[in-house]
Design a protein around this ligand. Structure first.
Ligand SMILES: Nc1nc2c(ncn2[C@@H]2O[C@H](COP(=O)(O)OP(=O)(O)OP(=O)(O)O)[C@@H](O)[C@H]2O)c(=O)[nH]1
Length: 732
């Protein structure tokens, strides 16, 4: 690659116009194209000299957008306008595929490169000048503020692109970029619905990680064809780690090493071969059948204040056009299609667009429809639409994941509830995996109890909510759903610590069950001991211990896969960050839902001057109560302002106090008025009077301690969350 870079620099110098002569169009020799690291690109090399010379006399390669010109000149090269005659694309010329991988293995970056190479989006500066290592990628499909700030994909996004294969055939590729984190796996599941295949990426430097295994598992469950690719090839160069990753991945996919693609999404190396691989190896949707009845699968939706609900659909059978009357199989409601089109990656309407030759979305295509659906509650993920006059059974869908982490959400500002309610309604539309129910707290007033798929999901939603709501919000301590089985056979699921049975009611309880997870940890072998200790400390039960790989070169260590059963409640706070720090960041962690297991749980109350602060109560395992109690009492003492009277903070389980902290009262020097040689009995009298006054004050203050909401916000991690918001969220 070093020689190629050198060649590129020489090339740039050779074609750079002199200051005295006017630049002229110049053909680059194929071997000069900087992206010729892959043979595939070399064979399909072509120049847009006519187009570029018309602009400013420079040359550029239409496939990789590398150029001999300066940055300013190249910006003027326009992307190809997408050909919008959709009738050219029967199912055999369509490929629907998802990009799946462990977090941060480069899915969004690869999606960017594919969109650039196919001319769907203009080249980003990084693509124009691939030699600039520090150029930032655009992450075009990561559109949310929170995604850009944290550098993670939160929402799956789709984009259609038109690909000119080197053999001259044009293909319509529908790409779905998925999130890597387990907390957003419902996004992954819905992205797999319209796909016939998946591109599985693995970071060349890291190899297979825990989520590589789990996303592959999901793809296999849906019988998708999986194409393996090792990304970030530029990072490994010739040090053997890349080939080790190829070996691992080929063993995992049970294929030849030659079938694994070598890619660098950052530099563009091998991206053309990925497009060719997708076309060659991922099967097309089933062929078109004459007079087939419509079945369209809704796999996503968002709300537009003018048009109502916009649904993303995969046309599985038949075709759909403007004016059609369709019926939802879930609600039975019928709607006229008002507008429809494709996402490329922005909406392009095909209903009335003069540059569009065909007006229908046909079998195998993925696009959006607006169908006069005004109520967001009617938009269901996995819904099937059929023509109202031709009823059809629903298509196979997916089970949405259950909420596993619950927390209360309250406005900081008094009277902020209606605004918060509105913001939650709007956000839950784009994130269907969040559940919300009204609740009220004696301390915080009216609010909501929200359910999430995990703690990162909760953190991300909180940040999106604060952006949307434009105010700070208080989010209470997370709780996993606890199942209470009573002696009379009845059961109750508890998602609020306040509903946990009191000691009196406990006599009627037969058992308390808590959710567990099946955690998979992948790490270099040397960290095995540390990981086992960590899991044991979190009440883990080992399930399996296998070798993922043996060392294949001086640069790759043997790696192990540990599978543990862990109580969900023990991993929602700091398990992942501790795992990362114990293993110097080398371990990766993923989990799936496990069964409910018996747990010795109890409710810990936090009392301030004997009054329960419901926002701080939690349900914990009895072994963790002492430590947690002391911790929370201390944290609260730091933020409760000193008052005229003493404030006592206690952590209690039932009637037993497990931790106590005290905030000393403010002390006024009442003897100050008495000068140096004053009478001692007068001083004592004043002090006794002050003591009496404070006693009365304290008696009055019971149940009336003022804890500013800002202090609660801090103690519940609000500031921490703000600080974390700016950083990349790899550690979650
Ligand atoms: N050196 C190098 N860095 C890359 C490459 N591909 C991606 N990256 C970097 O890796 C980081 C993560 O890339 P993303 O594309 O956000 O990864 P992702 O898989 O979409 O991440 P999630 O969606 O959060 O799971 C970014 O900083 C990218 O710039 C590559 O080929 N080479």
């Amino acid at each position: 690659m070093a020689t190629e870079r050198g060649a590129f620099r020489l090339l740039r110098a050779a074609v750079r116009p002199s200051s005295t002569t006017r630049p002229t169009a110049r053909r680059l020799a194929p071997s000069s194209c900087p992206s010729l690291w892959s043979k595939e690109i070399s064979s399909s090399w072509q120049l847009s000299s006519t187009r570029s010379s018309a602009v400013n006399g420079t040359t550029s390669c239409v496939r990789c957008f590398s150029t001999s010109s300066t940055r300013r000149e190249v910006k003027a090269v326009k992307p190809k306008p997408p050909p919008l005659d959709l009738s050219q694309y029967p199912p055999h010329l369509i490929r629907n595929f998802a990009i799946i991988a462990h977090i941060d293995h480069g899915k969004s970056t690869l999606a960017d490169r594919m969109l650039e190479i196919t001319g769907t989006i203009p080249p980003s500066q990084a693509a124009v000048d691939r030699m600039d290592e520090d150029q930032k990628n655009e992450q075009v499909l990561d559109t949310l503020k929170v995604e850009r700030e944290r550098g993670i994909t939160v929402r799956a996004q789709s984009a259609s692109m038109f690909y000119d294969h080197p053999d001259g055939t044009k293909y319509l590729l529908n790409l779905l970029d998925t999130p890597g984190h387990a907390d957003f796996s419902s996004e992954l599941l819905r992205s797999l619905l319209p796909s016939q295949g998946a591109l599985l990426l693995v970071d060349a430097a890291q190899g297979i990680q825990a989520q590589t295994l789990s996303v592959l598992d999901e793809a296999r469950k849906r019988n998708l064809t999986v194409v393996g690719a090792v990304n970030k090839w530029d990072l490994v160069k010739d040090d053997g780690r890349g080939e080790a990753a190829v070996k691992e991945l080929s063993a995992l996919l049970d294929c030849e090493e030659d079938e694994i693609l070598r890619v660098s999404a950052k530099t563009g190396l091998g991206v053309e071969s990925v497009l060719e691989g997708v076309v060659a190896r991922i099967p097309p949707p089933p062929p078109y059948v004459e007079a087939e009845k419509l079945r369209a699968l809704a796999f996503d939706s968002y709300y537009d204040s003018f048009r109502g609900v916009v649904s993303l659909v995969a046309v599985v059978e038949g075709e759909i056009k403007k004016g059609d009357q369709v019926t939802s199989t879930t609600t039975g409601l019928s709607y006229p299609i008002l507008d429809l089109g494709i996402l490329s990656p922005r909406e392009i309407s095909i209903a009335e667009n003069p540059v569009v030759a065909s007006r229908t979305l046909r079998k195998g295509m993925v696009g959006w429809v607006v169908c006069a659906m005004k109520d967001v509650k009617d938009a269901h993920l996995g819904d099937t639409f059929h023509h109202t006059h031709a009823p059809m059974p629903p298509l196979e869908s997916f089970e949405p994941l259950k909420s596993m982490v619950f927390a209360g959400c309250y406005p900081m500002e008094p009277g902020g509830f209606p605004k918060l309610e509105d913001a939650i309604k709007r956000l839950t539309l784009t994130d269907r995996s969040v559940t919300s129910n009204r609740e009220s707290s004696s301390f915080l007033g009216q609010g909501f109890r929200l359910g999430f798929n995990g703690s990162l999901h909760m953190d991300v939603f909180r940040q999106r909510l604060e952006d949307e709501y434009a105010e700070e919000i208080i989010v209470t301590r997370p709780l996993v759903p606890v199942r209470i089985v009573y002696k009379n056979g009845t059961e109750k699921i508890i998602d609020n610590p306040d509903d946990f049975p009191d000691p009196g009611e406990m006599l009627k309880v037969a058992e308390i069950l808590e959710p567990t997870i099946r955690a998979t940890i992948v790490a270099p072998e040397e960290y095995t001991g540390a990981i086992i200790n960590l899991c044991t400390a979190h009440r883990g039960v080992p399930l399996s211990h296998t070798y993922l790989s043996t060392p294949s070169s001086a640069h790759s260590a043997a790696r192990i896969t540990l599978v543990y059963s862990l109580p969900l409640s023990s991993i929602i706070t700091n398990f992942h960050s501790t795992l990362k720090s114990l293993t110097s960041g080398f371990a990766s962690f993923d989990y799936e839902e496990g069964p409910y297991e018996r747990g010795d749980l109890c409710r810990m109350n936090i009392l301030v001057n004997s009054v329960k602060v419901d926002a701080l109560c939690s349900v914990l395992h009895r072994s963790a109560v002492q430590k947690e109690g002391r911790d929370w009492a201390k944290r609260l003492r730091e933020v409760v302002p000193r008052q005229q009277y003493e404030v006592v903070i206690q952590a209690a389980v039932g009637s037993s106090i497990i931790a106590r902290e005290r905030v000393a009262p403010m002390k006024k020097d009442v003897t100050a008025r008495i000068h140096g040689g004053g009478d001692i009995s007068r001083k004592l009298k004043l002090l006794a009077k002050q003591k009496e006054g404070k006693k009365r004050l304290r008696e009055r203050s019971i149940g009336n301690v003022t804890i500013p909401l800002k202090s609660l916000y801090t103690v519940l991690g609000g500031q921490e969350h703000k600080r974390k918001g700016g950083a990349k969220d790899k550690d979650k």
